[in-house]
Design a protein around this ligand. Structure first.
Ligand code: UN1
Length: 502
């Protein structure tokens, strides 16, 4: 089937290899958060009818895709990795335009998709199962990985290509077909990723894109009886609703949700390194990562020195349009996100935290047409304050002080989330204890809380998720189901557990 290329800024849904408008004919706009008058694209506002069409196409494609040998499926991923490498600069620019983060970071986002493509292409020649002895004579036993079927995916705006790649690429290599709903703030990067897959030879219907809102598209995907597995990255609130709906249909459901990630700075830390890490962890991606450093726990002995250095450096960060040279921090993605940051600033001040820098939306001509919020730091934060417990998802950082290592661990673990954590220390004993005792899915020693690599498990504990992992071989565990196979070559009836001794 010929695959039509979407050449204009009017994007359609991708269903069964064809670009089609939403049944409703309605659309929504994707605008540049640094420069609101810049219209990036127009995308379909889809609904249940479009979801049904996409699921039917994915179900049909599954019949043949599951039978394509995994190493052949992997070759398509490998080619897509090459295509993404060639288009990296263009796709990074598109992403900065739609999402806001600086070009250096959007290059990294595309790179994460490239890394995932090559890593998962390798899985096409592994995807190991197990062979194991049977308890009976002349009988062979093994377990093999089977695809799960049609996978529904709902992705966020903060990593608009990397996160779709974490879901689509392992799903595809395992033999599944997919229906993906990109975030409404950043759909273009999903289209770019899928375009690379199509250009690499992905057959029609293996990946289908349906754009639109969570209520009109996301939930109908989750609830559709022919969708057999769900993967969501989003807020804990949405995760709870999606998880409950998936449970009602007995569907495996991978939830990657919020974080309140702590960086512990011990009194023996390399302070310059810790300040550098704190700036990157807290204000990289304008704080809009689920792995963002949002609490820094500082040993009281070095608190003053560390705070002074950090605040001074934060004030000097260059905020602006991420496409411009020298800009270090881009805008927030939307008006709503800026309002959330402003709301938390108010909450923190009301609770008695001390505003050390930032705390407001940036004014002036350069910022007038975008969603710019100043890098914000609060001192004197207590573990019980909302600003120390709730995810802000913006450039708002809390500083807390502690007396000793045990105290730091207790504060770090005393939150509802458990995604990522960091400790800066030169004491190897403390480092190893932190690795063991911090209750998160990811721990960094002498590095900030962001920057996970794609071949290791990604995910967390507590309200960060429901136990699944993306990245690494954990992704295969989600996108395959085990089938145990017994081959009896004795030519007689052998009864397991009954014919025990000969
Ligand atoms: C996210 O914020 O949802 O580890 C993902 C990191 C990135 C991925 C973040 N590689 O910070």
């Amino acid at each position: 089937m010929a695959i039509a290329k979407s050449t204009t800024r009017n994007f359609k849904n991708l269903i069964g290899g064809k670009w089609v408008s939403a049944h409703s004919r309605k659309t929504f706009e994707n605008r540049n958060p640094a420069k609101n008058r810049d219209l990036v694209g127009i995308f379909p506002s889809s609904d249940t009818r479009d979801v049904s069409d996409a699921v039917a196409a994915a179900k049909e494609a599954f019949k043949t895709w599951r039978l394509v040998p995994a190493p052949k499926r992997a070759e398509i991923l490998f080619r897509a990795g090459g295509i993404l490498t060639e288009r990296k600069e263009q796709y990074a620019r598109d992403m900065t335009r739609e999402m806001g983060k600086v070009l250096e970071e959007t290059r990294g986002d595309v790179q994460e998709a490239i890394d995932t493509a090559f890593y998962m292409a390798g899985e096409g020649r592994r995807m190991f199962g197990n062979t194991t002895p049977s308890e009976l004579q002349n009988k062979f036993a093994m377990s093999v990985r089977m695809p799960v079927g049609v996978c529904g995916m709902i992705t966020p705006w903060n990593f608009p290509m990397a996160i779709p790649s974490w879901k689509l690429l392992p799903a595809i290599v395992c033999g599944n077909t997919c229906v993906i709903k990109p975030a409404q703030a950043t759909p273009l990067s999903t289209y770019n990723l899928v375009q690379a897959l199509l250009d690499a030879g992905l057959p029609a219907g293996v990946v289908n894109i349906v754009s639109g809102s969570g209520s009109q598209v996301g939930m109908p995907i989750v609830e559709h009886p022919d969708v057999t597995a769900i993967s969501l990255t989003g807020s804990s609130e949405v995760g709870r609703a999606v998880g409950m709906a998936a449970a009602a249909g007995f569907k495996p459901c991978s939830l990657e949700l919020g974080g309140k990630n702590a960086m512990i700075v011990m009194d023996d830390a390399n302070l310059d390194l810790a300040v550098e890490g704190a700036l990157w962890g807290a204000f990289g991606t304008t704080g809009q990562r689920c792995t963002a450093t949002s609490r820094i726990l500082i040993h009281k002995k070095i608190a003053r020195r560390f705070t002074e250095q950090l605040v001074e450096r934060a004030r000097k960060l260059r905020i602006g349009n991420g496409l411009e040279k020298g800009v270090q921090v881009g805008p927030q993605v939307s008006q709503q996100q800026v309002e959330t940051s402003a709301m938390y600033v108010k909450v923190a001040i009301d609770e008695g935290a001390k505003l050390l820098t930032g705390g407001k939306r940036l004014q002036g001509k350069a910022y007038a047409d975008g969603y710019f919020f100043a890098p914000t730091i609060f001192g004197g934060v207590k573990p019980s304050m909302r600003i120390a417990r709730e995810e802000v998802f913006g450039p708002v950082l809390s500083l807390l002080e502690f007396d000793n290592f045990e105290h730091a661990l207790a504060i770090a673990n005393d939150v509802d989330y458990g995604l990522s954590a960091a400790i800066y220390t030169r004491d190897v004993n403390q480092a190893y204890r932190a690795m063991r005792d911090i209750d998160t899915g990811i721990v960094y020693i002498n590095a900030p809380t962001i920057g996970a690599e794609v071949h290791l498990p990604f995910g967390g504990v507590k309200q960060t998720g429901n136990g699944h992992r993306e990245g690494g071989s954990g992704a295969l565990d989600f996108y395959t189901t085990w089938k145990s196979v017994y081959v009896d070559y004795s030519d007689r009836l052998q009864r397991a557990q009954i014919d025990t001794g000969e």
